[in-house]
Design a protein around this ligand. Structure first.
Ligand code: FPP
Length: 269
């Protein structure tokens, strides 16, 4: 059978250990750690409402929370952190809230850039940077440029990002590239997504109680472990980070295959 990845289905004994390719051992917990964590940072509005504050105060608190979360994941040895800051659908929010979120992105970069440089963090943006005001595009591009050679944690900020949009844009790029139908495989296709070169997220965290993916990394999340917590994003702290990583460490990842011990048992029959 010809699969879309261009390879023939393999015999069961050839299936590599589906285990935890790329996982590292945390210097803190001594446990298995995902290489790539992606977060849907939800609940800023409810956090603010709970305190009788305007929604924007929640977004501000949520932005401030990002620093400690980067530090914690970095300490654990996570290599890629992807944050969903603004979706393609978020443009439908009231204009003052949209403007506030755009301004917060600018303030975040201004405030954190020196930290990124000091801590060897490489900043990348996913989504439509060209929809941002010019002054912010310049600020974003300068920050990307200044951190380009950093080889520590890679921080992807998704702004004006949508998973479906990412796929549609990739289809366009594939067509433009002139690839023939037989050359379009899962691998070549993934190479045209915005995440090209970045491993798929091992763990996706969503805060604030809703259990859905909301158009985030749709292609890339095919085999991600999903972790939902009731904590609102501004409250999601070091302990929550550790709990999410501990839960990840307990998950059995099979990628549609079998666990190595089950393969072994089959072979010994
Ligand atoms: C959801 O809260 C949050 C967002 C719209 C995106 C997250 C944004 C931030 C953390 C701040 C901006 C980020 C950067 C990098 C500058 P919500 O408003 O949907 O909360 P609710 O569901 O409780 O109303």
């Amino acid at each position: 059978m010809r699969s879309s990845s261009g390879t023939r289905a393999r015999a069961i004994a050839d299936v590599p250990d589906p285990g935890h390719d790329g996982d590292v051992i945390s210097p803190i917990s001594g446990g298995r750690v995902p290489r790539h964590v992606a977060i849907i940072m939800d609940g800023n509005g409810r956090w603010a409402k709970q305190r009788g504050l305007p929604r924007v105060a929640g977004h501000r608190a949520g932005t401030e929370n990002i620093r400690r979360i980067i530090e914690r994941f970095n300490d654990h040895g996570v290599r890629y952190l992807t944050l969903y800051a603004f979706s393609t659908e978020n443009w439908s929010r009231p204009a003052p809230e949209v403007r506030a979120l755009i301004r917060l992105l600018g303030r975040f970069i201004k405030r954190e850039l020196d930290n990124f440089v000091r801590n060897n963090v490489q900043l990348r943006m996913l989504g439509h940077i060209e929809t941002l005001p010019e002054w912010l595009q310049k600020q974003v591009n300068d920050a990307i440029e200044r951190t380009r050679d950093n080889d520590g944690l890679v921080l992807n900020i998704c702004f004006s990002y949508g998973g479906r949009d990412d796929i549609v844009m990739a289809v366009r790029r594939v067509i433009e590239s002139g690839l023939g139908p037989d050359e379009v495989t899962e691998e070549t296709f993934a190479g045209h997504l915005q995440t090209a070169g970045i491993p798929d997220p091992d763990l996706i965290i969503r805060t604030a109680g809703d259990n859905r993916i909301s158009n985030f990394l749709l292609w890339q999340s095919a085999y991600s472990e999903l972790y939902f917590t009731d904590a609102y994003w501004p409250d999601f702290g070091r302990e929550d980070t550790d709990m999410a990583l501990a839960e990840y460490g307990r998950r059995m990842r099979k990628f549609g295959g079998l666990l190595p011990e089950d393969v072994q048992a089959l072979l010994q029959r």
